[in-house]
Design a protein around this ligand. Structure first.
Ligand code: SF4
Length: 311
């Protein structure tokens, strides 16, 4: 909310409001967790942004493919667009079921834009690739987010972009930008250095052969990358429904690969006690969990490391 207020003041100061020429140069979006009361949220956002309309509103962090396809969502999308408060309507999806949400959207006519977690590690995931293709053919705008994937990816020999002076972060951004089905990337830029990195990545020349090299690498490291579908491995492990496997592995990634050790430990400690129950971790059947993991992530070894580094 505070960021909307600040952005609103700035936009007003440069004359980007109403339907002015300056405003039309911008692509302005907002999002809400309140998937069934969007009108109310959007009114508040427009007031804070000091705008008459946004270009898109997302139902944020959607998890239910049935909601994508529902009559309620269809009516809401049509009503909001007709009111002129938004030009387009969409949703964001972070965790599973990404594929099901994308497929559900492609089967409707009321979803214009989807923002979803996507980086080069997902290339070997054929059902996701098919869902992206389906949305692309349907004409749905696709926005990738969380494209920077941490320090373990893209060793030099598989990274054609680093030879051209791009950093690891820039390389992973470039890999997604090369995908012709992705229309935009939601990329955090909180410093001028980050603005420069984003600009470097997008302005560096690359070919589809470069993309093939990245895909080859993605196949090789696919098993190191957890996608957050922990209902699968947790159930197979018998660890009980409360153990936070995916969150623990995400925090371990922050610790090991982003090198944000203190922050990672802090996030882990903020989990509820039953979500980080050391007894449950020790007693779980991780071999069965690994067999249930569609990506063959060595989840037992990684949970052991969670105990050593974060607990
Ligand atoms: S370890 Fe595998 S099954 Fe478990 S959350 Fe990660 S990717 Fe999904």
């Amino acid at each position: 909310m505070e960021s909307e207020r600040r952005i609103g003041s700035f936009l007003k100061s440069i004359g980007a409001s109403g339907h002015s020429a300056e405003r039309k140069k911008l692509w302005l979006v907002t999002k809400t967790y309140f998937h069934t009361q969007i009108d109310e949220h959007l009114h508040g956002s427009l007031k804070r942004l000091q705008q008459d309309y946004v270009d898109c509103i997302y139902m944020h962090r959607l998890r239910d493919p049935k909601l994508v396809a529902s009559q309620q969502t269809k009516e809401q999308a049509e009503r909001l667009k007709k009111s002129g408060m938004t030009r387009f309507f969409g949703f964001s999806v972070h965790d599973e079921p990404v594929v099901e949400c994308l497929n559900a959207a492609a089967d409707t006519d009321h979803i214009d834009v989807i923002m979803f977690r996507y980086d080069c590690h997902y290339y070997p995931k054929s059902d996701l690739m098919a869902a992206i293709e389906k949305c692309h053919k349907k004409g749905i705008g696709l926005v990738a987010m969380k494209t920077g994937v941490g320090g373990m990816t893209l060793p030099d020999r598989y990274d054609p972009f680093r030879k051209r002076g791009l950093s690891q972060y820039e390389s992973t951004l470039k890999a997604v930008a090369l995908d012709p089905r992705i229309h935009s990337i939601c990329s955090e830029m909180t410093t001028t250095d980050m603005v420069q990195q984003n600009s470097n990545a997008l302005s560096t020349k690359a070919s589809l052969a470069d993309l093939d090299a990245i895909k080859e690498h993605a196949e090789l490291v696919s098993h190191l990358w957890c996608r957050g579908c922990d209902h699968l491995c947790r159930e197979a492990s018998g660890a009980g429904r409360n153990l936070a496997v995916a969150d623990s592995l995400r925090f371990l990634m922050y610790h090991d690969h982003y090198k944000k050790e203190e922050w990672a430990r802090d996030l882990y400690q903020r989990l509820e006690p039953e979500q980080r129950d050391l007894y449950a971790i020790a007693a779980a059947d991780w071999q069965s969990a690994e067999r249930a993991c569609p990506y063959h992530v060595p989840v037992g070894k990684l949970m052991q490391r969670v105990r050593e580094r974060l607990a």
